[in-house]
Design a protein around this ligand. Structure first.
Ligand code: ADP
Ligand code: MG
Length: 320
């Protein structure tokens, strides 16, 4: 339903994205995850026909975003990063105006505006001036705007940015409800958000896609290290060295000042907990805790993103 093929976009000499290729199938909800400046909005602006790529092609439902931009726009509901709303109109007036601009006929207008107002929970504020609404409500107005004329594809650029936690939960729930009938591409720099809402995640960093998978698989596959928390009583200062000397241990780091809690990072293929337990007890200490901690997707994301950054310096010029 959404296809990006070798998308590259230069802003002057700087490549904001490079060779970005992916597909989103009909009915999928896919998260586009990456730190600020990674190239999410650039990719999204190409997919929503706001600008052409320097190289590559983008298609929505088989239609080229550049050559068939009018048809593509009709199929895509777009929530831009900074929602450009007419702040001096009421919600209802704005949505009517926008529905007209999107080609909703006069006889369907009332119904259509009422429909999106209802979905987005805007009934109570439909006669209020947009400029006086909270950020959360404005974001809903933006979403209602994207839903007008019921487009099959929704592209949402950081839909929860700037919202408070309660508003975030509400917007997430809304998006979850929309997934039934729409193909959704949603960008975010916040990982738990994407992990919760999306069945698939694409991670972009410095303009390149660095991983694509389900949140669960990403967590699983990218876990190269096991992390074990060890807490002891009666330590004599030799514990860290002894842990470090164990085969398979890659790093030992203190978790407190008193030398009671340690984080042991080891090779995933080895189960070190029995050995650690033996070592602690054998040295006359009490073992208070011994626990394998899973890397969160957040940790993995950070790992991916920092590794990539360490590898290449900012890309300039036209080298490929
Ligand atoms: P994201 O949405 O992931 O935060 P963007 O796509 O907005 O990332 O930006 C990607 C890179 O392109 C950034 O380095 C940004 O500074 C640069 N960039 C974005 N828009 C422009 C522009 N209009 N002109 C020049 N550089 C831009
Ligand atoms: Mg952005």
């Amino acid at each position: 339903m959404i296809e990006a093929e070798g998308l590259t976009k230069f802003y002057g000499p700087l490549a904001a994205i490079r060779d970005v290729t992916f597909q989103v199938d009909k009915g999928e909800v896919v998260g586009f995850l990456g730190p600020n400046g990674a190239g999410k909005s650039t990719t999204i602006r190409i997919l929503t026909c706001f600008m052409p790529p320097s190289i590559g092609t983008a298609r929505i439902d088989g239609l080229d975003c550049f050559e068939r931009s009018l048809d593509v726009r009709r199929k895509v509901g777009y929530l831009p990063e900074n929602v450009p709303l007419y702040t001096d109109l009421t919600v209802r007036r704005f949505l009517r105006f926008a529905a007209g601009a999107k080609g909703v006929e006069a006889r369907r207008m009332e119904n259509e505006v009422a429909r999106v107002t209802g979905i987005c929970g805007l009934d109570k504020v439909s006669n209020r001036i947009i400029g006086n609404l909270s950020k959360g409500y404005r974001q809903r107005v933006g979403l209602a705007h994207a839903l007008l004329n019921n487009p099959p594809v929704l592209v949402l650029d950081e839909p929860t940015i700037g919202l408070d936690p309660t508003q975030i939960i509400e917007i997430r729930r809304l998006i979850q409800e929309l997934r039934e009938e729409h193909t959704v591409l949603l960008s975010s720099h916040i990982l738990p958000e994407v992990a919760q809402i999306c069945q698939r995640v694409m991670i972009i960093n410095k303009g390149r896609i660095v991983a694509t998978d389900s949140p669960a698989n990403l967590t699983h596959q990218l876990q190269r290290l096991a992390r074990i928390i060890v807490e002891v009583e009666g330590g004599d200062g030799s514990l860290a060295g002894a842990l470090q000397a164990m085969e398979g241990v890659q790093a030992v780091s203190p978790q407190d000042e008193e030398g009671r809690r340690w984080l042991v990072e080891s090779d995933r293929s080895r189960e070190l907990r029995p050995e650690i337990a033996g070592l602690v007890v054998g040295r006359g200490m009490k073992l208070l805790e011994l626990r394998l901690v899973d890397l969160s997707l957040e940790d993995i994301f950070l790992q991916l993103v920092t590794e990539e950054s360490a590898q290449d310096s900012p890309e300039e010029g036209g080298q490929s």
